[in-house]
Structure formats: C-alpha cells, structure tokens
Design a binder for this molecule. Structure first.
Ligand SMILES: Nc1ncnc2c1ncn2[C@@H]1O[C@H](COP(=O)(O)OP(=O)(O)OP(=O)(O)O)[C@@H](O)[C@H]1O
Length: 240
C-alpha cells in the first residue's frame, strides 16, 4: 500500500486577470505525509483553485508545489473527489472505479466498494444509486490507483445530516486503512472538526490560522468535535 506523500506548497503569486488582486501571494504550506489537513475559508477565497494547483492541473502561477519533491504537474496524479461525483453513466460501479486507471483490477474495485459499504452494488449503474451512494463510488474511484495524495473538494455538501455522518465515517475508515495524505476543502467547521488532524483557515491575507486541535482525530468524542467546531466557526466569523 502506498503511503502518503509529503506536500510542499510555495506559491509566490497566483492571479486571475479578472481579479484586481492576486488570489495567493507568498503563500506557503507544508503538509506531513499521511496527515489530514482541512482547508477552511469563505466562498471565493481560492480553495478549489488551490486544489487544482496541487493536483498539477492549474500550472499558471509562480512558485513551486511538490509531492515528495516532485513538481505536482509531473507527480503521480492525486485522487480527486468532487462535490458532484461525475460518474460515467454507461459504466457500472466496478467499471467506474476501474476507469481510474489500467492497473485497477476487478478484485481491487470490489474491495474498495466493500470498504465504502457498497457490497452488492458492484453491477449497479449510476442512475440506480442514490446521490449518497454515488458519492461513495466517487471516493472509491479516487482511491483506486492508490494515490499518495487525496484531494476532497466539499465532498459532504448538500447531503442531509445523517448521510454526512455516514459518509464521513466511511471516508475516515478508508483513509485510516490506506493512509494517503489528505487535503479536504470545506466551508464547514464541523467537517474540519471531524476529519482534520490539522485545520488551516484561509482569509484574504493568506493563512489566518493554522490549528492542530488538542485532541487527536481518532480520540475525539462528539463533545470534543462540537467544541473544536465552535472554536473554528468563531475564528472564521471573526474574519468576516
Ligand atoms: N478559471 C478562472 N478564471 C478566472 N477566475 C477564476 C477562475 N477560477 C476561479 N476564479 C476566481 O478565483 C476566485 C476563487 O475561486 P475558487 O473557486 O478557487 O474559490 P473557493 O474558495 O473554492 O470558492 P467556493 O467555496 O465558492 O467554491 C473567485 O473569485 C473566482 O471567480
């Protein structure tokens, strides 16, 4: 099993022509292998853009982003989970997972589906799965090629609370078993309190806070999570 990649982000400047100011300037972040870092921040702050840069898809910036010392654009591609699972409608669940790469075997795809609580749905087409189940297939697909880095872009948004809890538990179990480095983008303090080993809050001026909660993720009770989420939410509110 691949272990997590060390991620180094050094962005001198990232700008879009439509924006009057750079989106990122002198932005630096070091992320330890196999850690889960939650990136919190208001809409439009640049979270999704940062994930695309880390994925090596957006290379239009000055600076350097490396995975285990290799430039992101040249490194093995990360697993990417989007809010919209983007499954191929003509492939069943196993087929969608195998579409992640030629090395993904049927057995491995079935194992991943089992990890995500979807045994029995191997042959189901996307339209035969609920929205929450489709997202679980999306997570399985992102992990199929055993990436050293997993990027999660608002994977829990617009699900009802019970489904959020269920999906978070499944994601935590699967990342604890496979140990990729994880960068989770969210606007919700509760997501960060549940999943993050470390929480980075972004503001217009860059990194507003870089927090390692006092209780390790695996030992957090519901009360701990609520307390951590409240602290994070207050910090974000103070930035408005
Ligand atoms: N391809 C692009 N061309 C021009 N501007 C862009 C492009 N992509 C993003 N932007 C701008 O960059 C800013 C940051 O966008 P981004 O989607 O990264 O923010 P975000 O923090 O992920 O927001 P949200 O939480 O709403 O998804 C926005 O002002 C957006 O309009």
């Amino acid at each position: 099993m691949a272990s997590g990649a060390a991620l180094t982000i050094e962005i001198r400047e990232k700008r879009f022509d439509v924006l009057p100011e750079p989106l990122f300037a002198d932005f630096e972040l070091e992320i330890a292998p196999s850690s889960v870092v939650a990136l919190l921040g208001p809409s439009g702050i640049g979270k999704s853009t940062l994930l695309r840069m880390v994925a090596g898809v957006d290379t239009d910036f000055t600076g350097r982003i490396t995975l285990d010392g290799v430039e992101a654009a040249a490194a093995a591609p990360p697993g990417f989970v989007f809010q919209d699972p983007r499954l191929l409608p003509w492939l069943d669940a196993v087929g969608n997972i195998r579409a992640a790469g030629p090395s993904v075997t049927e057995t491995h795809a079935r194992e991943l589906l089992a990890d995500m609580g979807l045994s029995g749905f191997e042959g189901a087409l996307p339209h035969e799965l609920s929205g929450g189940m489709q997202r679980r297939v999306g997570v399985a697909r992102a992990l199929a090629a055993e990436p050293g880095l997993l990027l999660l872009d608002e994977p829990f948004v617009s699900l009802d609370e019970a489904l959020v809890q269920e999906l978070q538990t499944l994601v935590l179990n699967v990342i604890d078993r496979r140990r990729p480095t994880v960068l989770l983008v969210s606007h919700a303090a509760t997501d960060a309190a549940r999943l993050g080993d470390r929480v980075v809050i972004l503001s217009r001026d860059g990194i507003a806070a870089d927090i390692t909660p006092d209780v390790p993720r695996s030992e957090r009770s519901a009360e701990d999570r609520a307390r951590i989420a409240q602290d994070l939410a207050q910090r974000m509110e103070a930035l408005r």
